[in-house]
Design a binder for this molecule. Structure first.
Ligand code: SF4
Length: 178
């Protein structure tokens, strides 16, 4: 299997932050899944490149994440990694349960090393995941394109994409531009 085709990961979660102030707009619950094949130089979370890092995901963890999203002051769920699109067993369950529980009253932000144009061509579970996302920060971290204090991203190549508008208009619509 090519590394880009890894979709199901090993079912591990690196970290949950029930109140994050930096992973998107507002105060958010952040879920970090384990395993990323991109191996970017100076990755912000090297330990979570390992698909077996952290603990096994289970229904208790899913409920813990949903409960952390419950308070009114929580704007939504952020999913980072690791690579969310290489861990769809976890991430798809989370976004489906999140939408059932909160509908569109709260938002879903996801960080990925894949490009939107690649994900949008998928016809399987990655596409199902993409359709639930409000904001996608796409593309690998590229060290020589690093710039400090960029909003919600580390390097200039990455984009902050309004997924729902992009899907409707069939073109990339950026939510925040540099
Ligand atoms: S895509 Fe993100 S998590 Fe994966 S190696 Fe690159 S910076 Fe790290």
């Amino acid at each position: 299997m090519k590394w880009l085709d890894i979709t199901h990961g090993q079912g591990h979660v690196a970290k949950i932050e029930s109140q994050s102030f930096v992973d998107g707009e507002g105060v958010r619950c952040s879920l970090y899944v384990s395993g990323c094949p991109f191996a970017c130089k100076n990755c912000y979370n090297v330990v979570a490149q390992n698909f077996k890092y952290g603990e096994s995901f289970n229904q208790d963890i899913l409920e813990e994440v949903m409960e952390a999203c419950e308070p009114n002051y929580i704007s939504g769920l952020s999913i980072l990694g690791g690579e969310p699109f290489c861990n769809v067993d976890i991430t798809l369950q989370c976004v489906q349960k999140f939408r059932l529980r909160f509908g569109k009253t709260k938002s879903i932000w996801v960080w990925t090393g894949f490009l939107f144009e690649y994900l949008v061509q998928d016809t399987g579970e990655r596409s199902s995941l993409l359709k639930h996302i409000d904001i996608l920060i796409d593309g690998p971290f590229i060290n020589h394109l690093y710039k400090p204090n960029l909003p919600y991203k580390g390097s200039l190549n990455q984009r902050i994409i309004d997924v729902q508008t992009s899907l409707k208009q069939q073109r990339v619509c950026e939510y925040i531009r540099d």
